[in-house]
Design a protein around this ligand. Structure first.
Ligand SMILES: [Mn+2]
Length: 333
């Protein structure tokens, strides 16, 4: 097995400055940090004289398509242009091979560098990981800023939009505990460039499709409480997804329903993507409980306050019970 190294910021910069046809990979079920960071990196590389293409195992959901900004029609592997030589592969915002989905089988052994902010996860390549960053977008911002002072990168509206969306998304519109003074300083610089933050945040947080509202409504009806209301779990079985004609992209914010109930310290959403006994759990902590350690018990990971994992079980109730039974209730305060 090859040895995997932690890179310095300067090493990352000089690596990006070497022109090379580059694949940029980001995690499945993509959020705005993954998409925004990947497309910001694409613009950086293009300014530095490289060709680049962004790939994901899942298509970018409709509500985030503004981040593709005419750059690419699709991010699925089938859309990879034939003329691109794959001389360099960089993964962004992806904490483990599992998060890359089918991209791991295709390119897993060719990843040269992983740029990420997930402190817990599985190291699978040389990496630059900054756990104190609220979003991978914050790291991209710093790369852009350094390169812009040397006039190597052009600050465009689409670049600032991608970076702002990345940071706003992973901080829940600057509401989560991962927000630092530096997060606001970076956001302030992006706002000063003239981007429309109200429009971006509306697209990210307020604008909902009918499908999303149907998902939320069903999610509220499937809310289960444990530990005197300190643990809340929304379950969404495959049959329900089919009955309501929903896609997985409509189920990604269900955990917010559980999280929004007052008194809840650990919130989870468990959904069943297919008919098989495989369940995806998103878990959030509103207390000092580390849910990345909880998810690690199931082979997942993430951050202390936001993590995810895959659970195998015969049905969704068993998956829920497995998760809830793994929570050490005495550590909830
Ligand atoms: Mn992220």
């Amino acid at each position: 097995m090859r040895e995997l190294h932690a890179w310095t910021f300067e090493q990352v910069l000089s690596y990006l400055e070497q022109p090379a046809d580059t694949l940029i990979l980001f995690h499945r079920s993509p959020d705005a940090d993954a998409v925004g960071s990947a497309f910001a990196l694409k613009q950086i590389l293009s300014d530095l004289g490289s060709r680049a293409f962004c790939l994901c195992a899942d298509e970018v959901p409709e509500r985030l398509r503004f981040l593709l900004d005419g750059e690419q029609e699709s991010v699925l592997p089938a859309s990879l242009p034939e003329e691109l030589e794959i001389e360099r592969v960089i993964a962004v915002d992806s904490a483990s091979p599992a998060q890359l989905g089918s991209l791991w089988e295709l390119f897993g052994d060719r990843i040269d560098l992983c740029i990420d902010h997930h402190g817990s996860g599985e190291i699978y390549a040389d990496h630059f990981i900054r756990p104190e960053a609220a979003a991978t977008g914050e790291i991209m911002f710093d790369l852009v800023k350094q390169l812009a002072t040397e006039e190597r990168v052009e600050i465009t509206d689409s670049l600032c939009t991608a970076l702002y969306a990345a940071i706003s998304s992973d901080t829940g519109c600057f509401r989560y505990s991962n927000v630092t003074p530096e997060t606001h300083l970076r956001a302030a610089e992006l706002l000063a460039s003239g981007i429309d933050c109200a429009d971006i945040n509306h697209k990210l947080f307020s604008s909902k499709s009918m499908e999303l509202l149907r998902a939320e409504s069903a999610g509220i009806s499937n809310l289960h409480l444990f530990a005197d209301g300190r643990i809340a779990v929304v379950t969404f079985p495959y049959a329900l997804k089919m009955a309501l004609a929903l896609q997985d992209e409509h189920l990604e914010t269900l955990v917010e329903i559980a999280r929004s109930l007052s008194g809840v310290q650990i919130a989870a959403a468990i959904r069943q993507p297919g008919a098989a006994g495989v369940f995806r759990a998103s878990v959030r902590s509103s207390c000092s409980y580390d849910v990345s350690a909880l998810c690690a018990q199931f082979g997942g990971g993430g951050h202390a306050k936001a993590a995810g994992c895959t659970i195998t079980a015969s049905d969704i109730d068993e998956a829920m019970n497995k998760l809830v039974d793994s929570i050490r209730e005495d550590e909830l305060i």
